[in-house]
Design a binder for this molecule. Structure first.
Ligand code: MSP
Length: 475
């Protein structure tokens, strides 16, 4: 058995259909997961949905459905999207799953309780359902939360507080020493700055009568767990923590949590605090990506600038969506995506780039070579491996694009289709070399565009041209 590698996506709020941001976190994790499988490692990729939120209850009400009915519908849309995008997840966890998820969340709660890190306090605060977190007066603009355009609820209630503040120094030490890596450095600095100011204790439960969904607090039926408390626990509950721990023993601690920048504090402060309290190992790394914006602003339903991944998939194919996300979205900064930027990139990278290259090379091979080229098992370029080892999926996609351009140049320089008339032997040798180069590109495509990788390999093996262009040009 190879080395084990555990990678997770955030679990998504299923209060609306998935959008490009959700697709991005997931494709990112899938590319890294496929790469590690290619290296022979035993990989576990976890994704899923974060269902115990009032957002879902409200969305269901607005749609005139019961919460369960609504969830069944939206969750199936997430699953369809992930299947269409060839997401090779090993498990799709649902936090409403009382058999799979709740025992782990409860076991973790109990460990924190035994450590003496819960305290019941009465509390008054401003709660933003959009954030699923308390916010401060200072953060409000004209009395509303600027991110969600809604006035917070004034809550006055008894909650269990998690004594996160006492773990500030330990969390800081883990991050400073690199035991818990935060990538990129800008996000690491951001969280270190927060830690230097000191962490506050967090409310970790809600009165059961006030929330309609949630995991029950063990031994206190009057309370339900705060949604982020049970959501973060998914990373170990999915591995059977607290019940059958075979997967947990094999895969925890996670090699990487892939997250967006808006949920850094939860993952790099609250989650490590919970694990330290429970005496469990911390994840090795948190990889923090930026936002996909559209026309310069964050995609949002109210602004009407949401790019629907399914629309792009039906027009361009899922492989094109994967490649775009890898090559044109910066992993660590915000990036803009519009329908027209997508089309332009598709035509340049795939229709005129890769697709055209495959057609040209395989046409020459099928016409001039009597049999398939015996392609050597060449290694994947080290620079490509280095990029993916560093979670730099964009660099990896750039290397593929550079290789495509280099092969294109080689055809232009050598013109084997002309040379074949004057020096057949030399022309054949060049065509063989081009096929070998194409096969090398196909190997790199394995994590990025798994279907295209297999298609190109099959064409090389059968020495044939694609019946229809792999990536038809779009006008
Ligand atoms: N449910 C929480 C996460 C719990 S993880 C234990 C949540 N859900 S979310 O659905 O709001 O967001 C899920 C992920 O999608 C986050 O990583 C978030 O950063 C990402 N994105 C949401 N909108 C995005 C963009 N427009 N662009 C890129 N990713 C963004 O937060």
């Amino acid at each position: 058995m190879g080395k084990s590698f555990y990678i997770t996506t955030p679990i998504f709020y299923p209060n609306a259909n998935p959008h490009m941001g959700h697709a991005y976190s997931t494709v990112f994790a899938d590319i890294v997961a496929r790469y590690h499988r290619l290296k022979g490692e035993e990989v576990y990729l976890l994704t899923g949905v974060d269902e115990n939120t009032e957002k879902v209850v409200r969305a269901a009400e607005a749609a005139g459905k019961s919460t369960d009915e609504y969830l069944a519908h939206v969750v199936s849309n997430f699953k369809t999207l992930f299947a269409d995008l060839s997401i090779s997840y090993d498990q799709f966890i649902r936090t409403s799953d009382a058999e799979r998820h709740w025992p782990g969340a409860i076991a973790l709660w109990k460990k924190i309780e035994v450590a003496g890190d819960f305290e019941k306090r009465s509390y008054r605060g401003l709660y933003c359902v959009g954030h699923e977190a308390f916010i401060t007066e200072k953060e409000l603009v004209d009395g509303t939360c600027p991110d969600h355009g809604e006035a917070p609820q004034v809550l006055e209630e008894e909650n269990y507080f998690f004594k996160l503040s006492k773990y500030t120094a330990q969390i800081k030490e883990h991050i400073e020493s690199g035991k818990l890596e935060i990538q990129p450095d800008t996000r690491r600095n951001e969280i270190l700055a927060l830690l230097s100011r000191g962490l506050e204790d967090v409310s970790f439960s809600r009165p059961a009568g006030k929330v309609s969904v949630g995991v029950p607090v063990p031994n206190d039926p009057s309370q339900k767990m705060y949604v982020w408390c049970d959501a973060l626990a998914n990373y170990i509950s999915a591995l059977g923590f607290g019940q059958n721990e075979a997967l947990y023993t094999k895969f925890w601690p996670a090699d990487a949590h892939i997250i967006g920048k808006d949920i850094l504090r939860f993952h790099a402060a609250i989650w490590p605090g919970m694990l330290l309290s429970a005496g469990l190992p911390l994840p090795k790394k948190i990889v923090v990506h930026g936002f996909i914006t559209s026309g310069g602003t964050k995609m949002s339903k109210t602004l009407g600038n949401v790019v629907d991944p399914q629309q792009l998939i039906s027009e361009y194919g899922a492989e094109a969506v994967r490649f775009y996300l890898a090559r044109h979205v910066s992993p660590f900064e915000d990036s803009d995506l519009t329908l027209s930027s997508f089309k332009e990139a598709y035509n340049a990278d795939l229709a005129n780039g890769l697709g055209n290259l495959v057609s040209r090379i395989m046409k020459m091979a099928a016409t001039h070579l009597g049999k398939p080229v015996a392609v050597p098992e060449q290694a994947i370029p080290q620079s490509f491996m280095d990029a993916l080892d560093a979670y730099h999926i964009q660099k990896a996609a750039d290397i593929v694009s550079e290789s495509i351009a280099a092969l294109d140049r080689r055809i232009q320089e050598t013109e084997p289709f002309k040379l074949v008339k004057t020096d057949k032997q030399k022309a054949e040798a060049i065509i063989e070399e081009l096929v070998v180069g194409l096969y090398a590109i196909a190997r790199m495509l394995n994590p990025l565009m798994p279907d295209t990788c297999e298609k190109i390999k099959a064409l090389v093996r059968s020495n044939s041209t694609p019946e229809t262009p792999l990536f038809p040009r779009k006008e």
